[in-house]
Design a protein around this ligand. Sequence first.
Ligand SMILES: [Mn+2]
Length: 375
Amino acid sequence: MKFIHISDIHLGKIIYQKNLLPLQIDLLKQVIDYLVTHEIDVLVIAGDIYDRAISSNESIETLDWFLNSLINKHHKKVLMISGNHDSNERLNFVSKLLEKQGLYIVAFPEKKIKPIVIDDVNFYLVPYFKPTYIAYLYQHESFVSYQEAFEYYLSKQDIDYTKTNVLVTHQFIAGNKEVIKSDSEVILSVGGSEIIDVESVSQFDYVALGHLHACQKIKYDYVRYAGSLMKYSFDEVNQKKGMLEVEIEDKKVQCKMIPLKPQIDLIKVKGYFKDLLENEINNQDYVSVDLSDTSLIPHANERLKNVYHHILQLTYPYLNQHSSSNQTKANQGFEQKGPLEILEEFYLKMKGEAMDLQTVNLVKDLIEEETQSDT
Ligand SMILES: [Mn+2]
């Protein structure tokens, strides 16, 4: 069987006061067209359907149109879960009534997952959850991490790994390599404890992930983030956005990326002010301008708008770098200063207040210990 895996639609997202909904509608039309033309019957959406928990009327209407057109008009099946941006309660509304129509929404983790079976493939839908929810669900004492809660949750399921199984989840799954992150993602918890090791899901035949906005695989070819529907921040300008077409048969998986083309792109241009003024007019894209100039140009934004009609952001990387390096370097003459003095200055700069006597003494002791062990 074949299915399409997408995620992180973020309906109704606004960047720099631009409502992206018209672009999102066009991209969703491309998704429908692809499923219809290629006779693919199943669409999997791995969370973050909406951009915010309380979505605009227009966003709700858009999802309604999208699902209606897929399910009622084209008789496709849609499997979707909630992400950390969605409101579970709102997404869950009448979801059980819709299953007969071919729309499967899981917004709260089920105590015992009932897999959705399509052509001998079992789809396990696991919406985004916090460890406290799993503790509540099983009346279990608290979990120290997402990893622990997630493993506990899977251990409570009866999954026959000799069958062909697909996991759909919006938890932050990562391997030991760096993942590609974006500014448009919202961190799930402070301190990095939200990360779940990819080995916890490696027994599935395909893992359809949502959350990270760059399309990428995690260690294995069959563990993949589809990435966001379109670019949602300027650090994503070089990313390819699209959907994943997955073919799965008797535990054998093939996967390819199908690009989606937005009507308006997010782009970044870089150069000196006077050179950029000579560039070809771009009245189409949303632009971030990095000016290489070493001093501020009066009315740069207004003047550049003759070339780039939709400038959303303008920065001076050189000036930023220059001022930020001043903030972190010790003041002049640091060679003459001792470690305690330098640390006191650093502390004052970062915290905006001087170290108290207790801390000074502690640092003194540490420096002394370090000096002694060095000799
Ligand atoms: Mn997201």
